[in-house]
Design a binder for this molecule. Structure first.
Ligand code: ADP
Length: 493
């Protein structure tokens, strides 16, 4: 039994885990750096221990120190959150060696799936569709160019150890190959300390759709449907939703089955995500597996009614899944906006400073997962995500309208955020119609467009609200809950 959990992380995800732990009657331990002395995650835990200076290499990445704290405070389990040590096989091994439960998969699964080439190798025998490409790192350049020609340009050079959209280079034609490869290698070395790169076909106009899976220690694996994560900047997600507006039941089932097989290929344990790209013809290809709780897990929680952290904890203490695939049903629609401290008008550059005003929205069908309070500084040392804003509706459109309402009621001053960008997305006809891909930002977004849009925003919002209102009127038999309030807010503007 797990009676005490240490969260080897900070900010919103530490708080997220503490909330569930408290609900389950489990004691909580926070660790923190000097930059986070006054952070809400420190205040929320039953016990909190300072582990080092602000740079993560001197605090949140110091696994020996964290394990020492866990031993000293007689912690039963460590939850790694996402980022930092969450996908570090050595850390999970060291935790286990000390007789402490690591809330996540076994080191072998982390290691296999942490390397994109090893992951492709592992799933090879499971009949999973893969992006055409090479199966080992490029060492012989002329041979690699021959392969690239066979696959057909454009191709993508990717880092085997890649993550966070880094170390990825598109090569449009043969003459650019060597130059782009050198850049990809140098980026991979500086970001991951591993310069191995490989080639993949560049899928034109793909959608990024991932499947949440959950596996217990008794051989049961269930998928919890998909999340659409195609709205990205710099190959990193900004808006996610569940379900996707394009999947048919048939493709959803096929992708779900493929994801379960990926999990089986590495003997997976706990909550994990299998990422796919989907091309214009609705062919899907395995991209990679993330062996942790994802940032965007709340949208899945909302449409399934499950608390994924609770599931992680139960699985970690050896419990069987209390549901089967057949029990799982999609209910409603959820959207998440990552509220980054970034300037959408200036190429999404980090916007660090003091939160002179910070008032998140509250209300039914609105969830804010955050780790900041008014008056706090956003530290430069860590990921600039301020919060996650999640909204829910019976339908996709309701969730979108709710998101717009929530953004309008989210007051942040002192720094720039992705809130205006999120609102732009939610009112863009391509997003609203569901016809978009990972090039949304490239295709539709420039700072000038955003500025112009804000001048016209009232009329756009009113038009959209009117459309929804009329559609709702046609659906008189459906129970009316939140939507009318949302529509009213938009009309009142
Ligand atoms: P990372 O591990 O760095 O996040 P991923 O392999 O998960 O990298 O890819 C991140 C994003 O990069 C995808 O969501 C997609 O937008 C783009 N991408 C990756 N591979 C391809 C590909 N073969 N073709 C087109 N886009 C790709």
């Amino acid at each position: 039994m797990i009676n005490k959990i240490l969260v080897a992380n900070r900010g919103e995800i530490a708080i997220r885990v503490f909330k569930t732990a408290k609900k389950m009657g489990i004691k909580t331990v926070a660790v923190y750096s000097t930059a986070d002395r006054h952070s809400p995650h420190v205040q929320m835990a039953d016990e909190a221990v300072l582990i080092g200076e602000a740079p993560s290499s001197e605090s949140y990445l110091k696994y020996d120190t964290i394990i020492e704290v866990a031993k000293k405070l007689k912690v039963d389990a460590i939850h790694p959150g996402y980022g930092f040590l969450s996908e570090n096989a050595l850390f999970s091994q060291k935790v286990a060696d000390e007789g402490i439960i690591f809330i996540g998969p076994k080191p072998h699964a982390i290691k296999t799936m942490g390397d994109k080439l090893a992951a492709k190798e592992a799933v090879k025998n499971y009949n999973i569709p893969m992006v055409p490409g090479v199966e080992e790192p490029i060492t012989d350049v002329p041979k690699a160019i021959e392969i690239a020609k066979k696959i057909g340009f454009p191709i993508l050079i990717k880092a085997a150890a890649g993550g966070g959209g880094k170390g990825m280079r598109i090569v449009e034609k043969e003459s650019e190959f060597i130059n782009q490869m050198e850049r990809a290698i140098s980026e991979a070395v500086s970001a991951f300390g591993n310069g191995e790169v490989f080639i993949e076909k560049y899928i034109e106009s793909p959608r990024h759709i991932e499947i949440q899976i959950i596996a217990d220690a008794h051989g049961n694996v269930v998928h919890l449907f998909e999340r659409e994560c195609s709205i990205q900047r710099r190959h990193q997600k900004v808006v996610e939703e569940a379900p996707s507006s394009v999947l048919t039941e048939e493709i959803r089932n096929k992708m779900g089955e493929a994801a379960i097989n990926v999990a089986k290929s590495c003997d997976y344990l706990g909550a994990g995500t299998v990422e796919f790209l989907i091309d214009k013809k609705m062919n899907f290809y395995f991209l990679e597996m993330n062996t942790r709780l994802q940032v965007e897990h709340p949208v899945t929680e909302w449409i399934t009614g499950l608390d994924l952290v609770e599931q992680q904890i139960k699985i970690a203490q050896g419990e069987k899944l209390s549901f089967t695939q057949k029990d799982m049903k999609i209910k409603g629609h959820a959207i998440e906006l990552r509220v980054y401290a970034e300037d959408s008008l200036n190429d999404f550059m980090p916007s660090i400073g003091k939160l002179t005003t910070y008032q998140p929205p509250v209300g039914e069908n609105i969830r804010v997962d955050d780790g900041f309070k008014e008056g706090m500084e956003i530290p430069i040392y860590y990921d600039p995500m301020l919060s996650k804003l999640i909204t829910y509706g019976k339908t996709r459109k309701e969730a979108i309208v709710k998101m717009i309402e929530a953004i309008d009621n989210y007051h942040v001053e002192g720094i720039e955020t992705t809130l205006p960008f999120g609102k732009y997305v939610c009112q863009h006809k391509s997003f609203v119609s569901g016809k978009f891909d990972t090039h949304f930002v490239q295709d539709y977004y420039t700072p000038e467009v955003l500025e112009k849009y804000y001048k016209n925003e009232a009329s756009v919002a009113a038009k959209m609200a009117l459309q929804l209102y009329l559609e709702e009127k046609l659906e008189v038999k459906l129970p009316k809950v939140e939507t009318n309030a949302a529509v009213k807010t938009l009309f009142d503007r």
